[in-house]
Write a protein that binds this ligand. Sequence first.
Ligand code: MN
Length: 258
Amino acid sequence: MPDSPHPDRPVILVTNDDGIEAPGIAALAEALSALGQVIVAAPDRERSGAGHALTLSQPLRVHDAGPDRFRIDGTPTDCVHLGVFNLTPQKPTLVVSGINRGLNVGDDVTYSGTVAGALEGTLLGIPSIAVSTATDDDGNVADYGPAARFAVTMARRVLEHGLPERQLLNVNLPQGDPKGVRITRQGTRTYRAAVVERLDPSGRPYYWIAGADMTPAGEPDGDHAAIDQGYISVTPLDANMTDTRGLAPLADWELPLP
Ligand code: MN
C-alpha cells in the first residue's frame, strides 16, 4: 500500500494509455507532485485505442513500480478502477490521465484510452482531466514541459472550482508554444481511417489499422480548429451520452410491443 495519507494534501491519481514507461506520464506525475500526493496506476504497455474497456474476463495483476507507482496488466479504465478502490490511501481528489503522445480530438475521443481514464474517474465521482499533446510529423513530442505545466494549471483550477457532476475535461496542446487557450466543442471531423494490407512471410494477408491525414477542421469553435490555429483546446465532455434531440422524435415512432 502507498505511504500513509497526508490529510492536508490532495491525492491525485495519474494514469495514461501509452504505458507506465512513457515519458508523458513521468512529466505529468512530476509536475503534479507540486499539488499533492501523486499515485501512478498505469498500464504495463501501450494501450492506445483501448477506449473505455474494462477487463472482466481475466484477473489483473498489480506490480510495485516504485514509491506510489503501480504497473498493471490492464487498460487505463482498469487502472483507474483499481487505483480508486485498491491503491490509494483515500478516495482521490483528482484523476489526471496523460500526457498522451498525440492529440485526442474529434471522433478520436471515443477510441482514446487517455480520455477513458479520465471518464472512469468521472464515473466514480472524482473530478477528472485528460491531457494530450500534438506530435511532429514523425510522431514525436520534443518537449512535454508545456503540457505538464498546463496540466498543473488545470488541476489547480479544478481543485479550486470543482467540476459539475458527470463532466470531464479534455485538454489538448498544439506543437510548440501555444498562442492562447480556447474553450471548445468536440469536433465532428477526425483522421480518415486507413488500413494497410500486407502479406506475412507465409503469404497470408494481415491488416494494420492506422490513422491517415486529418480532414480539414470543421466547426470554428471545435477542438481541431483551436489546435490548427496554435491554441490549447479545453473541451468539457459529458459522461452521459443521451442525445436529448432524439427523445421527442423517437416517442413519435409509437413503437409497438414485440
Ligand atoms: Mn496513447
